[in-house]
Write a protein that binds this ligand. Structure first.
Ligand code: ARG
Ligand code: ZN
Length: 863
């Protein structure tokens, strides 16, 4: 059970109140007597007074009771508990403090601290889990050298791992054994990790640029070993990439990765011992989709890259979280782009940003990339910190250019190695090495909200001039009613509407005022504006471009992202017209899609992205009041028309990639993606053979991408094929939790009319459990982004979500709180829905013993 919090009096931590630690802990020795029911933890801390003061030593603890406290080797009672904190008055400058506690990993359902997952003992300490293991100043600016000894039953826990390098191991009495590890790099407590379990390793070695040989191992249960090759390959590719791209080498003799099934998020970058959610390690063609493969490579790289951006240089306090996360996401995005198509990767990243971050920035939980306050830091591992944070780094890289950006990151790593730094430190390095002034740019760190840019082009044929008028507005967000203009790097270009010629080379405009005007001379034909090319700034752009202009750009722009974007805008305009007027002219979209499908110079992976309609939620984001049913109808109508009018094209595209054998390469992935999209449109056309086509693909697929693609298509209908496929899928994979998650989420995302009822029933399925975060997210998380189902007019979706969250909060507040934000979007819906959503938020808030995680999310969502 999580601690019952006094929810009426939330404690707020403020960035402005940062103070250096009173005591440093240069050394720590930890001794674990491991057991699932009880683990005894003995800690010895060398503490040093930090500057002149007479304040006591205060060690954070959560749910810990000290069995012994030692001061300089002597048992002492000169301590007291202040809440969970252990306070010790100390006279000298340097002391040795010993503590001893007993914790219960098996009863740890929060999955923070030391816990058990399927018989494996493992840890998760970021952000504040270490205090659930032992008493310690659990803040990222206290860096220590760790020595760890683990003793455990040898049969149950034959493998014992911790951070750093192994030092010694041996057998003990009663079938027990022990291992000692030493991490030579000072690190904050959030990077501590240990693992004990019956694990098998997929091993390899990597030789660094300077000739150091590193032993690599990915540890999983024996039966999962065959599914670890992709992750191991990705790790080595990432290690090479970081040497070549950022000049960063690995620094220990071993690098271990462990996969566990119960994990609150994706993975964790513990020094030398990354711990992963098994969904980001395990893959083979039969059980993982291309999307899973890509996710694995991206997350393996992400955690590896943290060794420098996060571990060697860490964060001074949690307000600086984006210093490591934004930068590391940027690094993993660049890595993934280099493994395949830059254009497709950019499209995917922007789609994620728009689906997750823009709504966050427009809602009650909006916060700056560097927040000013928090109640519970776990609630700030958000799309804003991660994905918008990455966009900030990308903008600085754009402003500096490749060479200076690399000089700036070298300076940053060099200057702050071994320390806990701030976002300000990072920007200062960008300024110094980039020789630029980023004073106004810093507003990106302090102001929340997605800037809106208006861009209009006026042509003066007489003087052969084109005037591009730009203006920007940053909307108000909670606590920030008025904003200053941001610095927006906008890549733009003009094309001639008649000749299709480029009228002027691309320019990088830095819009830093509210308004600006750019003149182009010698413009003799009507210009079409291509703006925010490559999505150079994370903003919403409104233009006065016509459907014809957008269709033109979708066919002729030489920036692939801009081409995609023009098509999306054309589709969006058409869908919004369909929603507002009940009908819309679909001809422009149909012709633009036809043109894209016919363009043989294009990469099929790009085509697949470009011809996909914006999601129902994204259409909703454009509306003053979201009407989920009307949006669904308008989108289905456009899908049907695209399906019907281009049926021959879809069938040809489908046939072209049908015969391929499975291969994990960018080209093969692209072909599979286009095939799935084509199948979806054939189905949307209403063709009588669509369900059987999908079913044949489902049955004969030699990979999960095709199998799940077919299942997703079938999930939209009520055909007998759908029922059969669900059954076959369930029976075939019932012993594979990660694939069963797909079985749940495909149903939760279904566009069927009865999806909400289906989801309620699935929550009673014998394979559903809230105790496993992946399973909870597969059903509840997927359902709440199914706009029409979640916003069912009866309000049953809201009630369902609240019921689940109240139950989950008792087990795992962090995972519960992460799933709450969809209820906070009530302002965007009609009065009746808004009222029902608020009622559920109030019901959550009124729940006795609510966690502070949920309290913060629910109370802010009601404001
Ligand atoms: N640092 C981890 C990463 O690589 C995630 C940790 C998330 N922690 C949390 N409390 N949500 O992104
Ligand atoms: Zn990270």
């Amino acid at each position: 059970m999580p601690d019952v919090q006094a929810t009426a009096q939330p404690t707020v931590t403020r960035r402005e109140e940062y103070r250096a630690p009173d005591w440093m802990v240069p050394e720590i020795t930890l001794d674990f007597d491991l057991g699932a029911e009880a683990t005894r933890v003995r800690a010895t801390l060398t503490v040093e007074r930090n500057g002149p003061h007479d304040r006591p030593l205060r060690l954070d603890g959560e749910g810990l009771a000290p069995e012994r406290v030692l001061i300089d080797g002597e048992a002492s009672d000169a301590w007291r508990m202040d809440g969970g904190t252990l306070e010790i008055a100390l006279a000298g400058e340097r002391h040795e403090i010993g503590t001893e506690v007993v914790i219960a990993p098996e009863r740890n359902t929060q999955l923070m601290g030391l816990y058990a997952s399927g018989g494996i003992l493992c840890t998760q300490c970021e952000a504040e889990g270490f205090r659930r293991i032992t008493f310690f100043p659990d803040r990222p600016d206290v860096l220590s050298r760790y020595r760890v000894t683990m003793t455990a039953d040898k049969a149950r826990y034959p493998v014992l791992l911790a951070n750093g390098d192994p030092v010694a191991s041996g057998d003990a009495e009663d079938g027990r054994h022990w291992a000692k590890w030493h991490d030579p790099f000072p690190k904050p407590s959030y990077l501590f990790a240990l693992v004990a379990g019956d694990l098998a390793a997929n091993r390899d070695t990597f030789t660094t640029r300077s000739g150091r040989t590193v032993d690599l191992a990915i540890w999983v249960r024996e039966r999962d070993l065959p599914r670890t090759d992709h992750a191991l390959r990705a790790l080595k590719t990432a290690m090479t990439w970081d040497e070549q791209t950022y000049g960063r080498e690995y620094d220990l003799d071993v690098f271990n990765i462990v996969a566990v099934d119960d994990f609150n998020f994706g993975a964790m970058e513990n020094k030398g011992l990354n711990i992963f959610n098994s969904r980001y390690i395990l893959a083979d063609p039969d059980t993982a989709t291309d999307h899973d493969y890509d996710g694995i490579a991206g997350v393996v790289a992400h955690e590896y890259f943290h060794n420098w951006s996060g571990n060697r240089v860490t964060c001074r306090d949690w307000f600086q979280l984006s210093l490591k996360e934004g930068f590391t996401v940027f690094r993993d995005q660049s890595f993934s782009a280099d493994q395949g198509s830059h254009a497709v990767k950019r499209i995917e990243d922007v789609r994620t940003l728009r689906a997750a971050q823009f709504p966050e920035d427009a809602g009650p939980l909006a916060h700056p990339v560097r927040p000013d306050s928090y109640q519970e830091i776990s609630n700030f591992y958000t799309a804003t910190i991660y994905n918008k944070g990455a966009e900030l780094i990308r903008m600085m890289a754009t402003i500096l250019g490749e060479e200076k950006f690399r000089r700036a990151t070298d300076l940053y790593f060099d200057r702050f190695d071994g320390t806990a730094a701030t976002c300000e430190d990072f920007v200062t390095c960008m300024e110094e090495a980039g020789e630029v002034d980023l004073i106004p740019f810093r507003r990106w760190y302090s102001q929340a909200g997605t800037p809106r840019v208006t861009a209009t082009v006026r042509h003066e044929p007489g003087s052969a001039r084109a005037l591009v008028k730009l203006s920007q507005r940053v909307p108000p967000t909670p606590g920030q009613p008025a904003k200053q203009p941001m610095v927006l790097p906008l890549r733009l270009k003009l094309f001639g509407a008649e000749t299709g010629q480029e009228l002027a080379p691309e320019e990088l405009v830095l819009l830093s005022d509210e308004h600006a005007e750019i003149a182009f001379e010698g413009v003799t034909e009507r210009p079409v504006l291509s703006i925010n090319r490559g999505f150079s700034a994370p903003v919403i752009v409104e233009t006065n471009r016509t459907a014809a202009d957008l269709a033109f750009l979708s066919a002729h722009d030489d920036d692939p992202f801009a081409r995609y974007e023009a098509m999306q805008q054309l589709m969006l305009d058409t869908l919004v017209a369909g929603v507002t007027h009940g009908r819309a002219d679909h001809a422009d979209v149909v012709e633009a899609v036809r043109h894209t499908l016919a363009d043989e110079t294009l990469d099929p992976a790009f085509i697949a992205e470009a011809v996909l309609l914006p999601s129902e939620s994204f259409v909703g984001d454009q509306m003053e009041v979201v009407d989920p049913d009307t949006i669904h109808r308008a989108r289905e109508t456009l899908r049907r028309d695209l399906g019907r009018m281009l049926e021959g094209e879809w069938r040809r595209a489908y046939e072209r990639s049908r015969a391929n054998r499975f291969e994990y390469s960018p080209a093969a992935k692209g072909a599979r993606r286009l095939k799935s999209v084509a199948l979806g449109y054939i189905d949307a056309s209403g063709a009588p053979d669509a369900a059987s086509l999908a079913f044949v693909q489902f049955e004969h697929a030699d990979n999960m991408t095709d199998r799940q693609g077919a299942l997703t298509t079938l999930a939209g209908g009520t055909s007998k094929e759908w029922v059969a496929a669900l059954d076959i899928f369930y029976n075939r994979y019932s012993d594979n939790a990660l694939v069963l998650d797909k079985w749940f989420s495909t149903q939760a995302l279904s566009s069927r009319d009865d999806a909400a009822e289906q989801v309620e029933e699935l929550a009673r399925h014998r394979d559903f459990t809230l105790a496993n975060p992946n399973r909870a997210r597969a059903l509840i998380g997927a359902f709440s982004v199914n706009q029409r189902a979640f916003h069912h007019p009866s309000g049953r979706g809201y009630r369902f979500l609240a019921d689940q969250l109240i139950a989950l909060d008792k087990l795992n507040p962090q995972t519960a709180a992460k799933l709450l934000p969809p209820l906070g979007r009530w302002r965007r819906f009609d009065q009746k829905r808004a009222r029902m959503m608020r009622e559920q938020l109030q019901r959550i808030l009124a729940t006795p013993g609510l966690s502070k995680d949920m309290f913060e999310q629910a109370s802010k969502s009601l404001e």
